[in-house]
Ligand binder design. Structure first.
Ligand SMILES: [Zn+2]
Ligand SMILES: [Zn+2]
Length: 227
């Protein structure tokens, strides 16, 4: 069905029909009724159609799973985009799902031990990898535009009125972000590892909890992760 035809259906169809499943009378428009593959409005309302689909799936999920699998194989990029969009729109659920997946994986017999051994083993076999990443970080830090001074820290302390820049962890929020002056963390707004500088324009003062929670995340991601 062409977009023009669809628009025509949308605007001209104002008649009511009784859904052939639930019998409720609804406007016969695509707000309430879906389209058949041939492009005609169905006679069963969207609600009933989706219930029927769910029941059919519960009784015999295989055909639907096969169709979904075939679609995914033919639309890999689209699938990635959709998944990424879903993760953006549902950060909580995405994190929960990742946690579940990890937990399932690590629950397999011997998995914890295996992960530990393989990580240790890898480091033993490739000491250069670890050394290189340490060296890279040092180099980045040294070469990352500018350095901040004690005076910068003092200025920031005044600007932030002694409060944590992030204020996103529960502990920090409990004390209204107020920091202990003797335990200030200097935090890079954009992490060095992501190209942020070491100069005063990229540093903020943060409490220990927020600093550690932040790790190497961008501020937006950080907020999304903790709010
Ligand atoms: Zn119905
Ligand atoms: Zn904090």
């Amino acid at each position: 069905m062409s977009p023009a035809q669809q628009a025509a259906v949308k605007t001209e169809a104002t008649s009511y029909i009784a859904c052939r499943s639930c019998g409720v009378s609804k406007p016969h428009t695509d707000q309430f009724f879906g389209y058949t593959p041939a492009g005609n409005l169905r006679l069963r309302c969207k609600q009933c159609a989706s219930l029927r689909g769910a029941a059919r799936y519960a009784a015999n999920p295989e055909p639907a799973k096969r169709r979904a699998k075939a679609w995914r194989e033919n639309n890999r990029e689209r699938e990635c985009e959709l998944k990424a969009a879903w993760r953006r729109n549902n950060p909580e659920k995405a994190r929960a799902s990742l946690r579940r997946r990890r937990a399932r994986y690590m629950a397999k017999p011997g998995m914890v031990e295996r992960a530990r051994i393989s990580a240790a083993d890898y480091q033993r076999k490739h000491p250069e990898v670890k050394r290189a990443s340490e060296a890279r970080r040092r180099a980045q830090k040294a070469g990352a535009g500018g350095t901040y001074s004690l005076a910068d820290m003092e200025r920031m302390w005044r600007q932030q009125e002694g409060r944590c820049w992030w204020r996103v962890t529960p502990k920090c929020q409990e004390r209204n972000g107020i920091m202990d002056r003797t335990r200030i963390h200097v935090d890079h707004r954009i992490p060095i590892s992501r190209g942020g500088g070491n100069g005063p324009d990229n540093i903020v003062l943060s409490c220990a909890q927020c600093n550690m929670a932040k790790s190497a995340k961008y501020p937006e991601e950080f907020a999304a992760r903790l709010l």
